[in-house]
Design a protein around this ligand. Structure first.
Ligand code: GAL
Length: 329
């Protein structure tokens, strides 16, 4: 009797296990939903999944490392076959790598670039993002060009353009390399530039608006001859502040050039309206296409190489989608 029951049980278990075996799917995890660039990125991924009939689940970690890990852990239990991860802390991804490795899952890190050593530690890990050095250089080019065309930009007439730099999150490679490349290019510009202050505004509109306000309270408008922001949301926050003080609102004597990065739709509108001088396109749609392609191929057990994907892999692991300068003559 016991043996019979045990046998029946085994059959039931085996059938229900078979029936429940989920189709492997792609799990995407983003560091925050409170970031317009990231929301656009996620929407692009969703469109790609919909048009290829691939199952994709998107989760947001709300800037919480523990939450991110738990969501990914759950995904491995729910049958995820490939992970796309926009890490909360890209300087420490070893736990995510360990989890992927343990479950033999490919993992495509996106946008927030991990430390190369950690990425290289796992043969099924890749990165899709941008080369931030390019972005700062483009911002410096646009600013230089603007000042050469508008010498009156030196409003206080001291022979140099004093600027406020609004930075993203501290320590993130986008922040560091956009900033360093900007500073390096401005140092080598035919125009004299002087960085009057650099403030971390964490990619955020409100923080940038407050930073611009605080700068003016401390240094006055006299020392504010340009604003460079590591992204558009911060550029737009600063613009909002300037507009509230009657600047960048049509009077050429009250115009402070601003450059951002992302080419968000709001920034493109501001550039078209002549309220910002330019931005740099951070092509989330192209990045999402590359990340999705890699995840899709890995999920279906296909080899990932330049020939099979059409992407060039820098150091064998990283796909960098080029930035594009955006300004109007
Ligand atoms: C950057 C982007 C920012 C912000 C950041 C998040 O690439 O330009 O707007 O989304 O990623 O890490």
């Amino acid at each position: 009797m016991y043996r019979k029951l045990a046998g029946a049980c085994a059959v039931t278990l085996c059938c229900s296990a078979l029936a429940a075996a989920p189709e492997p799917y792609i799990e995407a995890s983003f560091y925050s939903q409170n970031d317009p660039f990231i929301r656009n990125y996620a929407a692009s991924l969703q469109e790609l999944a919909d048009s290829s009939a691939e199952k994709l689940t998107i989760n947001y970690a709300q800037e919480d490392l523990v939450k991110e890990y738990q969501q990914l852990q759950l995904a491995t239990k729910n049958g995820a076959g490939a992970l796309i991860v926009n890490p909360v802390d890209p300087t420490s991804i070893h736990q995510i790598i360990e989890l992927a490795d343990k479950n033999e899952l490919p993992v495509i890190f996106v946008n927030r670039e991990p430390i190369p050593n950690e990425l290289n530690a796992y043969s099924k890990a890749w990165f899709v993002g941008t080369d931030s050095n390019q972005a700062g250089t483009y911002q410096a080019d646009m600013l230089t060009r603007y000042v050469l065309d508008h010498p009156a930009a030196d409003r206080n007439g001291d022979g140099s353009i004093s600027y406020l730099l609004l930075q993203g999150e501290k320590g993130l490679s986008d922040t560091v390399y956009r900033t360093l490349s900007l500073q390096h290019s401005l140092d080598n510009s035919p125009v004299m530039f002087k960085q009057e202050a650099a403030v971390y505004a964490n990619w955020q509109f409100d923080q940038a608006m407050q930073a611009a306000d605080a700068f003016v309270r401390q240094h006055g408008f006299d020392k504010l001859e340009a604003i460079v922001a590591n992204n558009d949301d911060m550029a737009l926050g600063a613009l909002q502040f300037l507009k509230s003080k009657g600047y960048n609102s049509g009077d050429p004597a009250k115009f402070i050039p601003i450059v951002g990065i992302d080419a968000s739709s709001a920034a493109l509108k501001a550039v078209k309206a002549g309220e910002m001088i330019g931005t740099v396109k951070n092509d989330y749609a192209a990045q999402a296409r590359a990340a999705f392609r890699l995840a899709y191929m890995a999920l279906h057990g296909k080899e990932i190489s330049r020939t099979t994907t059409g992407y060039y892999f820098s150091d064998g692991r990283s796909v960098y989608i080029p930035y594009v300068k955006v300004y109007f003559e």
